[in-house]
Design a binder for this molecule. Structure first.
Ligand code: CA
Length: 217
């Protein structure tokens, strides 16, 4: 999953990006509203974390313009005591909000929830044959036994599972699993898929030659 964080307070932006990366997300950042809108329109992010008070273009205006072209889930960062702001945000197409100063675990939970809703997934656990994926704990079990995946392998499994039954192209995977700072050396999709098959079974991921990958629904 790839997240865009738009926040002008450098310390907070850095802390958010670090935490989200530790949680296994690919993370891009923007420090003002114009850069944020440009990136949000340019890439198919799985979610945005969007501050309200931003230089150049505020969070509301960014959201209003973004909604002309994209339905990307948005969690707003609003000021304390700004109840009207929150109503306005939800009216303008925000999916959820947290009030500053917020707990990181709360933000992470809300992000997971908006991403899950946008993919039509009602529950935290996804079952695919003998494999169970827990999207909160970020763990995978096969026939009840824990399977150890690397962060990258987990991200790939989760993305395919949230799109089960659909063809997921390599382009989609590059867009959703890697951020703008990733080096190409870590981008060896075939190697990750091969390792996942060793751990979860050869038929777990189907390769559609020349097109991409699929977890059959
Ligand atoms: Ca701000």
């Amino acid at each position: 999953m790839r997240i865009l964080v738009v926040e002008d307070e450098a310390d907070l932006l850095g802390a958010l990006a670090k935490t989200l990366r530790e949680e296994g997300y690919a993370v891009d950042t923007a420090a003002d509203g114009e850069e944020g809108l440009f990136k949000a329109e340019s890439w198919a992010y799985d979610a945005l974390v969007l501050d309200v008070m931003l230089p150049k273009l505020d969070g509301w205006e960014l959201l209003r313009r973004l909604r002309r072209t994209r339905k990307t889930p948005v969690v707003m960062l609003t000021a304390r005591d700004a109840a009207r702001d929150r109503v306005r945000g939800l009216d303008n197409g925000a999916d959820d909000y947290v009030v500053k100063p917020f707990d990181l675990p709360e933000l992470l939970a809300r992000l997971r929830a908006v991403i899950r809703r946008s993919s039509g997934q009602a529950h935290n656990a996804i079952e695919i044959g003998p494999v169970t994926i827990d999207t909160v704990a970020r763990t995978v079990h096969r026939q009840g036994e824990p399977v150890i995946l690397t962060a990258r392998e987990y991200s790939l499994v989760e993305y395919l599972a949230l799109h089960r039954g659909e063809l997921v192209t390599r382009t989609m995977l590059y867009e959703h699993l890697y951020d703008e700072d990733d080096s190409t050396l870590s981008n060896l999709l075939d190697v990750h898929v091969s390792n996942i098959r060793k751990k979860l079974g050869p038929e777990f991921i189907t390769t559609r030659r020349g097109h991409g990958y699929c977890i059959e629904g």
